[in-house]
Write a protein that binds this ligand. Sequence first.
Ligand code: C2E
Ligand code: MG
Ligand code: MG
Ligand code: MG
Length: 290
Amino acid sequence: KAKTEGGNQFLFFSSEMNQVAQESMRMENELRNALKLQQIEVYYQPQVDAQTLQPIGAEALVRWNHPKFGLVSPATFIPLAESTGLITEIGNFVMREAVKQTYQWYQQGHNLRIGINLSSRQFTQSNLMKEVQELLSSNDLPSELIDLEITESLAMSDAESTAHILNGLKAMGVSISIDDFGTGYSSLAYLHSFPIDTIKIDRCFVQNLNTQAGQAIANTIIAMAKSLDLEVIAEGIELTEQIDYLQARHCDILQGFKFGKPMPAREFEQWLREQPKKSAATNSVAENST
Ligand code: C2E
Ligand code: MG
Ligand code: MG
Ligand code: MG
């Protein structure tokens, strides 16, 4: 009897796995065609100077505009793109688009620094440097306006090779950010040896700024960054209290729905035009963005 049950169980799981496999194969095929069908688009989320609240740049965030499912989150399809190898093509597309856009804005007189996320496979792919080099030499954009983001966990997964790749990229003059900082395990010794410019405090700590623990973590990250002479960006700002807290702690740059959600390039330009021109620190963002 037990044997039969085991057998049934096996059949049950097997057909369920089969369904999951088919589903993911369908997604994979659709993702494979997504670039050709122009369903992949780059959105831009504003970043502002923490003291003046003036725009200083944006983060490029990829979107898959699926005809049936609507906007698919990168949290869903980036892992699929990673596991199938499609990430190289998609990642290169995002880099190309973002660099083109940064240059267009630069020519219009906007010195906006644009953050571009690199996934694990993209970061370790052998022709990443060549790709970046080609993009930079195709125009006279100051390369520090391109900010390549890798996550803390990726950076630390193989610190020796990370240092090697980052040194190569840094030699081209691009900026380097460590994303989702605080969610992985960093060795300070390695962090110090990487040629990085910026660390991005993960959103989860910003969300917890109303707790003592959250404040302690944010204070520690900012103090550490300052002592290593790194710039700090706080992600996921949604509340005025979070702005006030981080301003007082001399965080450098803020990013979050409070200032703007990720949006298509044309909408971002509209957002730029709507920003009041101010030179001194003010608290007026609360009125302006709500
Ligand atoms: P990330 O690089 O940490 O990007 C920040 C994420 O936080 C974005 O989610 C953004 O929409 C979200 N966010 C920003 N401000 C707020 C806020 O105030 N509240 C809340 N609740 N969320 C906020 P998104 O666009 O869904 O991207 C998720 C992740 O997918 C990114 O995390 C990044 O790891 C990855 N990703 C996005 N675009 C790309 C890409 O072009 N290439 C690669 N390799 N990964 C990407
Ligand atoms: Mg950045
Ligand atoms: Mg990022
Ligand atoms: Mg992040």
